[in-house]
Design a binder for this molecule. Sequence first.
Ligand SMILES: Cc1cc2nc3c(=O)[nH]c(=O)nc-3n(C[C@H](O)[C@H](O)[C@H](O)COP(=O)(O)OP(=O)(O)OC[C@H]3O[C@@H](n4cnc5c(N)ncnc54)[C@H](O)[C@@H]3O)c2cc1C
Length: 287
Amino acid sequence: MIPSQFDYAAPTTVEEALGLLAGAESAGDDVKLLAGGQSLIPVMKLRMADPSLVVDLGRIPGLSGITDDGASLTIGAMTPHHVVATDPLVAAHVPLLAQAAATVADPQVRHRGTFGGALVHADPAGDMPAPALAVEAVFNLAGPNGNRSVAAADFFQGYFTTAVEEGEILTSITVPKYTGWGSHYGKFTRVAQQWSIVAVAAMVRVEGGVIAEARVGLTNMASTPLRATSTEAALAGCALDATAIAAACAHAAEGTEPASDLNGDADYRRHLVTVVAKRAVMAAAGL
Ligand SMILES: Cc1cc2nc3c(=O)[nH]c(=O)nc-3n(C[C@H](O)[C@H](O)[C@H](O)COP(=O)(O)OP(=O)(O)OC[C@H]3O[C@@H](n4cnc5c(N)ncnc54)[C@H](O)[C@@H]3O)c2cc1C
């Protein structure tokens, strides 16, 4: 498949990119930002997106890379999955993101696809949104009216829909550092390098021989990533014991609305998420 004809611009500053967005939008033209192109290009080839202008963010210095801010890390939106998966700062302070990024597709896609692109694309089966929700990331946006930040809980708004408004660019993601937490991203697929049928992003803090706190994010259990709040509550104070953790994770499907598709129907996913959650929490707790 070949995309429709489009104009291409490669700005070198965020301001120039914002100007191109504003100009196209005021002229009534459909404009799309290009990051790694691993979702946008296929969608354009299928002609499900038909922009008249593509604005490539790849030449803007400063949108890629990871910096240590003291209590948090800032990850540039254009940072490739491969870098998130292998960066020592991420591994040391927010390993959940590294674990999840390492499960995205194959090496080729991980070298081209970006952390920010995956988050804005907001595919319900995408592997980065639920971990971003679990680590309570903050999304930093630049727009025509200046900069603003959006908490993860408010960022994912619906099926392939986020808080990023027309004319805005996601520039970076700020992630708190986690000390004393264990984490694991449990991804259930039918074959290797597949999208998640269901996945669970688990973080636990163990203190005094019990789970003191837990964060559990769910992938592909609704039109947006979700926090499994009933399971998180049940895990607080939970013994480090497979039976007790399984009982807490039996709540993981509460409040979810999974889709039915060729990989499994909604009931299958509601059962599967309890199994994957138990395994992910056990691994995060080092059991
Ligand atoms: C074969 C294949 C297998 C895959 N398997 C998986 C998988 O197992 N798990 C998984 O999670 N993903 C998977 N992906 C998707 C991959 O993670 C993509 O990298 C990701 O979905 C989009 O990131 P991108 O950088 O390529 O963004 P693009 O495709 O360039 O952009 C995606 C969308 O986000 C917008 N956008 C991008 N960056 C910004 C920004 N900074 N600000 C505002 N808007 C922006 C674009 O306009 C576009 O609408 C797969 C992709 C392929 C091709």
